[in-house]
Design a protein around this ligand. Structure first.
Ligand code: SF4
Ligand code: SF4
Length: 358
């Protein structure tokens, strides 16, 4: 069984729309558009969806909502304020007694900041609960930011962020570092202070995922296992140990994607988007690359297309179901490659294993 059941869930990432106005070259929307292309700019999650999916009586430990997925710009969802109001009504009051200590129900929104008007951003600041953060992705100290954020306008982003901050919003500036903008990091950091951002962070453009800070993951030292989860190295028996980020360091966290599919984490969300889209929308196309990844392929093929869908199951049923259970079971035998890449490490094995070939 998946270790995070509904009563354990502390944090939910929500990819609240399939819409985005930009064309960032490293985004899943661009690099995997053959597989996700047909769902892009097609659907939004609504307040009614959230009322049906997120029941406060079940989610007894839920205290953090993060708007962050693989293909979405939250401000593109016309229902965003209605969704926020649902969480304000259903979950924020539960933690109100903690608000004075800087705690309380936390809402985090990741955005490119280039949509809507300054009045919309002022309103957002007033709707968000006291414990919130809006992270603006601005990859430069001036129009240089438009090189990667294709389709954005630096001046508009800064005006929107400034309006949000002046209305009482708590903002952070996230800067993705590339060769073309690294010389502007200090200038951008100073600008963030001058404009009243509460935090400034730099993220490497070479990280293995584009939706979270994974600096602690040394991707270069991790290669997927060739055969199974027990290997021999320099005469010592080693085994693969998986420490699932979304069951540990990231809090007990799940992700709901824009199609209403429940996924264990942002790292597997792309995998889950693509076969769904492949099977439903592109039957004539060649299979995506990971159909040659046997562990994932086996798990995916074993379950019906509806197994992870909140349009067909409750959140409680999905977390208690076999699909999630099979992912966790794989860690003890042969892990899904993506789990190994992101959350795996090799440890010297002190336990006794019986091998057929020993
Ligand atoms: S703003 Fe985000 S979702 Fe939109 S294209 Fe860029 S990385 Fe992708
Ligand atoms: S990649 Fe696998 S092990 Fe890592 S957070 Fe996701 S589900 Fe957990």
């Amino acid at each position: 069984m998946w270790s995070v059941q509904i009563e354990d869930v502390e944090a939910i990432d929500i990819e609240c729309t399939t819409f985005c106005n930009l064309r960032c070259p490293e985004c899943l929307r661009e690099i995997d558009k053959d597989w996700v292309g047909s769902v892009l700019n097609s659907t939004h999650i609504t307040r009614e969806n959230c009322e049906e999916w997120f029941n406060p009586d079940d989610l007894v430990n839920f205290n953090e909502l993060r708007f962050c997925g693989a293909i979405d710009e939250a401000a593109a969802n016309p229902h965003l304020f209605d969704i926020l109001n649902y969480f304000n009504e259903a979950f924020v009051p539960r933690y109100e007694h903690l608000t004075n200590n800087g705690a309380g129900f936390f809402i985090d929104i990741r955005t490119n900041g280039s949509l809507k008007t300054t009045a919309w951003w002022e309103k957002l600041a007033h709707i968000l609960p006291p414990n919130h953060r809006v992270v603006f992705g601005i990859d430069g100290a001036d129009e240089v930011s438009e090189i990667y954020r294709i389709g954005s306008k630096f001046k508009k982003v800064i005006n929107n962020a400034t309006a949000f901050i002046k209305a009482g919003g708590l903002a952070a500036w996230q800067f993705i570092e590339f060769e073309h903008n690294e010389h502007q990091i200090e200038e951008a950091r100073q600008k963030s202070i001058d404009l009243g951002f509460r935090a400034f962070s730099v993220m490497s453009s070479s990280r293995s995922d584009r939706s979270g800070d994974v600096k602690h993951v040394d991707v270069s030292s991790i290669k997927p296992p060739k055969s199974d989860s027990v290997i021999m190295k320099a005469g010592k028996k080693e085994r693969i140990e998986i420490t699932c980020e979304n069951q540990t360091v990231m809090g007990k966290r799940i992700l709901i994607n824009s199609l209403g599919l429940v996924t264990p984490c942002c790292f597997l969300n792309g995998f889950i988007h693509m076969p769904f889209n492949y099977k439903m929308k592109n039957p004539e196309n060649d299979p995506p690359f990971y159909f040659s990844e046997p562990v994932w392929n086996k798990i995916w093929q074993k379950h019906p297309d509806t197994a992870l869908s909140l349009h067909h199951n409750t959140l409680k049923e999905i977390l208690a179901g076999d699909f999630f259970s099979d992912i966790e079971t794989s860690w003890k035998t042969k892990p899904i490659e993506r789990c190994y890449e992101v959350c795996g490490k090799r440890v010297v094995d002190s336990t006794k294993y019986l091998f057929k070939n020993e």
